[in-house]
Design a protein around this ligand. Structure first.
Ligand code: SF4
Ligand code: SF4
Length: 238
C-alpha cells in the first residue's frame, strides 16, 4: 500500500478519517480516476448548483452532487474518501444531475465511487447493501428486477388496503396487462433462456458476480451455484 502522497494533489480538507492511512485514501482516489468512464463524467464545475436543485436525494439528505463533482475535480482525495463512506450511498441513481451545464455526470461519478468502495470491501459498502440482498438475488438469478410477488401487505403497510387486494389477485392483475411478457408473478417480466444465459456469462466474465463476494459471501455462493448449474445444462464451461 503506498504511503507517499504526491505533492500536487490537493489535501487541505479536514480529514474525516484521520486514522486511515492517507496513502490508502489516495490509492482509492486513483482507482476512481483510472476508470475509463471518468473522462466523460467530470469536466470541472461552475458551482451553479443546478445539480443540487434537481437532485431528489439532496431534498431529503445532507447530500450534494455538487460537493461530489467538486471534490473529484479538485482531486481532494481526503474528501473523496469521506464521501465514499457516507454520501455516495444516499444517491438514488436517477441521473437528473445530467442537466449539469458543464457536462458533468455526478451520478456517474458516484457509480464509479461505489464500485471502488465495493471492490475494496469497505465496511460502509457492506452496510449500505445489506438490505438489498433479496433484490440482488432476484435480479441476478432471474434477469429481471423486483418481482410482483414481493408485493406483500406485511412488507408495505404504508401502502394501504390496495396492496392486499392486489396481492390476493396478483395472477389476475398480471394477466390483465397487455404485454404477454408481463403475465408472470415471480419475475418482473419473462426473460428468455438465451437472454438469461447471456446475462450469467456477462456477470461472470466481467467480474460483477465476484463483486458480490466482497459484500455478501453467502449470497455470492448461492448465485454462483445457480449460474453454474444453468450454464452446465447448456453445455457451457467457465
Ligand atoms: S443521480 Fe444521484 S446525484 Fe444525480 S440527481 Fe440523481 S440522486 Fe442526485
Ligand atoms: S450542475 Fe455541474 S457545474 Fe453546476 S454545480 Fe453541479 S456539477 Fe457543478
Amino acid at each position: 500500500m503506498p504511503t507517499a502522497t504526491p505533492a500536487h494533489y490537493k489535501n487541505d480538507s479536514p480529514a474525516g478519517f484521520p486514522d486511515v492511512d492517507p496513502g490508502y485514501k489516495h490509492r482509492l482516489f486513483e482507482q476512481v480516476m483510472a476508470d475509463h468512464r471518468m473522462p466523460d463524467y467530470i469536466y470541472g464545475c461552475y458551482e451553479c448548483g443546478i445539480c443540487v436543485a434537481v437532485c431528489p436525494s439532496a431534498r431529503f439528505y445532507d447530500f450534494s452532487p455538487r460537493r461530489i463533482a467538486q471534490a473529484v475535480a479538485r482531486q481532494d482525495f481526503e474528501l473523496v474518501f469521506q464521501q465514499m463512506q457516507e454520501d455516495i450511498w444516499e444517491c438514488s441513481q436517477c441521473f437528473s444531475c445530467l442537466r449539469c451545464p458543464r457536462g458533468n455526470n455526478p451520478g456517474g461519478i458516484i457509480t464509479v465511487m461505489r464500485e471502488v468502495a465495493i471492490n475494496e470491501g469497505l465496511a460502509t459498502a457492506k452496510q449500505a447493501l445489506e438490505g438489498y440482498s433479496r433484490i440482488i438475488y432476484k435480479i441476478m438469478s432471474t434477469g429481471t428486477q423486483v418481482s410482483p410477488d414481493m408485493l406483500q401487505p406485511d412488507a408495505f403497510p404504508d401502502w394501504g388496503p390496495e396492496v392486499k387486494d392486489v396481492s390476493v389477485n396478483l395472477d389476475l392483475w398480471r394477466r390483465a396487462l397487455p404485454p404477454e411478457t408481463h403475465h408472470t408473478t415471480s419475475t418482473g417480466w419473462s426473460v428468455s433462456e438465451r437472454t438469461l444465459i447471456e446475462l450469467y456469462l456477462i456477470w461472470m466474465q466481467t467480474g460483477a458476480l465476484s463483486m458480490i463476494k466482497d459484500v455478501d459471501e453467502g449470497l455470492h455462493m448461492i448465485l454462483e451455484e445457480v449460474m453454474e448449474e444453468r450454464l452446465e445444462e447448456e453445455g457451457i464451461e467457465i
